[in-house]
Design a binder for this molecule. Structure first.
Ligand SMILES: [Fe+2]
Length: 376
């Protein structure tokens, strides 16, 4: 029987497009219907009404299991509703509910995003479900995943178990950007499920007045006999290193945010000091925030430059080891670079409004436990 086994989920929003993705249990066609809507109130409840004749359809008859359909010609910062369906060779149809999607906002408009990670690293699916539900309550425009979304990326079932199933409701209306953690195992499944530009394991995008860069730190550092060792990719001249330099050099955005898995700074085990080799590049081009995970805790650094405190122009590193909470991974006392640290399941919410940025760390019960305001 034909069924939808992943999604629908959203990928790669721009001001005028969105990619809708899903997976079916067997090969079938791809169809997305979408329409503009207006909110109407009847009594105490709010509903959406389709604006006629705004309905549009994109379809592809080619049979496949993993579907990615780009909707184009959309308006910026606008909410649409969409529904996907697939038809197999026997004429059986699988159809989703109707879900909202929102295109990227205009350059100067405020927006909000969430950051989490480690939904696979700690393997506790109850935490994952609670955390994804809590993120959805805060209605971010998109989600950054700082790696280890799954326990074993090369195991197909893991992608559903740890990520797509517990995150289903959130992912239907919130695009996600995942960077590779060691638990993704650089698996072909990652490359098949996401719709990022090639080579997919590192990329950058603009959202509002911010620029985001996702890096593949598992290519920068190898683990040999349990010890992290820098690879040639961490040297100037490697494709990923040169991409980072070129990308940041060309960036004119107000805010520059970089995310990758291995944390250069954390007062616990699993700190990967080798990643500090990127520090000079991040500092030279004025990166504001770096998000990492790998250590299953929350930790925000003081502003750092050249390995020292620099309150004026330092880079702030935030370990958002989201879905886990491993206090025993902390050292007994905080490190010199630690501004705030707590081991609880959490996510980070960031609200960007022109020259101000507010970062909030929120636990899986919705409690605020850290806040940071920056102004540019
Ligand atoms: Fe990790």
């Amino acid at each position: 029987m034909l069924s939808i086994v992943k999604g629908p989920y959203l990928q790669w929003p721009t001001q005028d497009s969105m990619t809708v993705a899903w997976e079916t249990s067997c090969e079938a066609s791809s169809k997305v219907q979408y329409f503009e809507t207006e909110r109407v109130h009847s009594g105490l409840s709010g509903k959406f009404r389709t604006l006629e004749p705004s309905e549009r359809v994109v379809e592809d008859p080619a049979p496949r299991c993993i579907h990615q359909v780009a909707l184009t010609g959309l308006a910026p910062g606008t909410t649409y509703h969409y529904q996907i369906s697939s038809t197999d060779s026997r004429g059986e149809v699988a159809r989703s509910e109707v879900h909202p999607l929102k295109t990227s906002v205009k350059t100067d408009d405020p927006f909000c995003f969430a950051v989490t990670s480690e939904t696979g690293g700690n393997g506790k699916d109850e935490i994952n479900r609670r955390l994804f539900a809590q993120i959805r309550r805060h209605r971010p425009d998109f989600l950054l995943m700082a790696g280890d979304a799954v326990a074993r990326g090369s195991v197909y079932e893991d992608w559903s178990r740890h990520f797509f199933a517990p995150g289903r409701d959130l992912l239907t209306d919130t695009p996600f950007y995942l960077c590779l953690g060691n638990h993704e195992e650089n698996s072909p499944w990652f490359y098949r499920f996401v719709a990022y530009p090639e080579p997919k394991n590192y990329y950058s995008f603009d959202y509002g007045n911010a620029h985001f860069v996702a890096l593949d730190s598992t290519a920068f550092v190898d683990y040999r006999e349990g010890r992290p060792c820098p690879t040639e990719a961490l040297q100037p001249g490697s494709p990923q290193y040169e991409f980072l330099v070129r990308d940041l050099k060309a960036c004119q955005a107000t805010w520059k945010i970089v995310f990758f898995h291995y944390p250069p700074y954390v007062s616990g085990d699993y700190q990967v000091e080798e990643m500090r080799a990127l520090g000079p590049v991040l500092e030279e081009y004025g990166v504001d925030l770096v998000f990492n995970s790998h250590t299953i805790v929350y930790e925000r650094s003081h502003p750092l430059r050249a390995g020292r405190l620099d309150p004026e122009s330092g880079v702030i590193y935030v370990v958002a080891g989201g879905a886990g909470a491993r206090p025993e991974w902390f050292h007994p006392k905080r490190a010199w670079h630690t501004a705030q640290a707590l081991a609880v399941p959490h996510f980070v919410q960031v609200v960007v409004a022109g020259p101000t940025l507010e970062l909030r760390a929120i636990d899986d019960e919705g409690r605020l436990f850290d806040i940071l305001r920056l102004t540019r």
